[in-house]
Design a binder for this molecule. Structure first.
Ligand SMILES: [Zn+2]
Length: 304
């Protein structure tokens, strides 16, 4: 399942070509990929054709492209990769990609491209949504190409409930830690709660908890502010390292915009390492069933 580093890899690959590009034609091959779109397929196509893409913004695992006509229209194309979605950037001569659900044809600096939304299981999707001002009046998400003013300070309504992620320049770590200290839920459950902090999925939660020597089900309220700060240092380092390496390659579903996999799996210490010796103490990594998936941890370094 694509997590923040995979989605950021897609965003960074897409942004140079699609920023200031003009959408020429839209083909919807699978209407179920527009399940979250409030209008009809014809309306989706009409909202996009002839528009200009102003940028490519990400918060957590959501991506959006604010639209212009050419001035900002107050609308954006919002994309979520779900369990198996991919966004591929192709030139029209490139062979068709299997399981392509939507094709957005666009022209950028005189070159024709295709934004191909590929999704095997159709849990992801695309939608047109209204933008509204962010609560704190700041940049709505990660988009280093664009200066902080104008449309960048507005967020799609369907993404507004998602908290800022740790790579966001406006992520308020102190406020998040203060909130965590009031919660009696296990730390991993809180890290995965997109209303508290977004963009931390199963893989990166297990990895940052291993680095911090924290047991995944330890109640947040019992963890010191200093330890939570240490945990968020690790979260940040791990996400940055994973973005640099293009995400986690063993997830076959995930590909960058050129259809290539990342390499972060070579540096995993806990996730998927069941039965292998802990890199710190040599005790065997254990997996416990947790919330319909698993939690990987070292029983010696990460005591209950
Ligand atoms: Zn250990």
């Amino acid at each position: 399942m694509p997590e923040l580093p995979e989605v950021e890899t897609v965003r960074a690959g897409l942004a140079p070509a699609i920023t200031n590009a003009n959408i020429t034609k839209v083909e919807v091959l699978e209407p179920r990929s527009l399940r979250r779109h409030p209008g009809t397929v014809a309306n989706f196509v009409a909202e996009l054709e002839g528009k200009r893409v102003l940028g490519c913004v990400r918060r957590g695992k959501f991506l959006w492209l604010p639209l212009g006509n050419p001035e900002p229209t107050g609308l954006a194309l919002v994309g979520h990769l779900g369990m198996s979605g991919q966004i591929l950037l192709r030139t029209p001569i490139f062979e068709p990609d299997k399981l392509t659900r939507v094709i957005i044809h666009f022209e950028s600096a005189g070159v024709a491209y295709e934004f191909r939304f590929v999704d095997q299981r159709i849990f992801g999707g695309l939608a047109i949504d209204h933008l509204s001002a962010t609560e704190d009046g700041r940049s709505a998400g990660f988009c280093p190409e664009i200066a902080e003013d104008g449309w960048i300070n507005s967020i799609p309504q369907s993404v507004a409930h998602i908290a800022r992620d740790p790579l966001d320049a406006n992520f308020d770590r102190t406020a998040v830690i203060r909130k965590l200290r009031t919660k009696n839920t296990g730390i991993k459950r809180a890290l995965l709660d997109q209303g508290i902090v977004s963009g931390i999925g199963n893989i990166y939660a297990d990895e940052s908890l291993w680095r911090s020597k924290l047991y995944y089900d330890r109640p947040c309220s019992e963890i010191s502010v200093a330890k939570l700060n240490e945990l968020f240092e690790h979260v940040y380092e791990i996400l940055v390292a994973a973005v640099k390496q293009g995400g986690t390659s063993f997830d076959e579903q995930y590909k960058n915009v050129n259809g290539e996999s990342g390499y972060f799996s070579q540096t995993l210490n806990a996730y998927g390492q069941t039965g292998l010796p802990c890199a710190r103490c040599g005790k065997l990594i254990r997996r416990e069933a947790w919330a319909n998936r698993g939690s990987h941890f070292c029983p010696k370094c990460q005591r209950r």
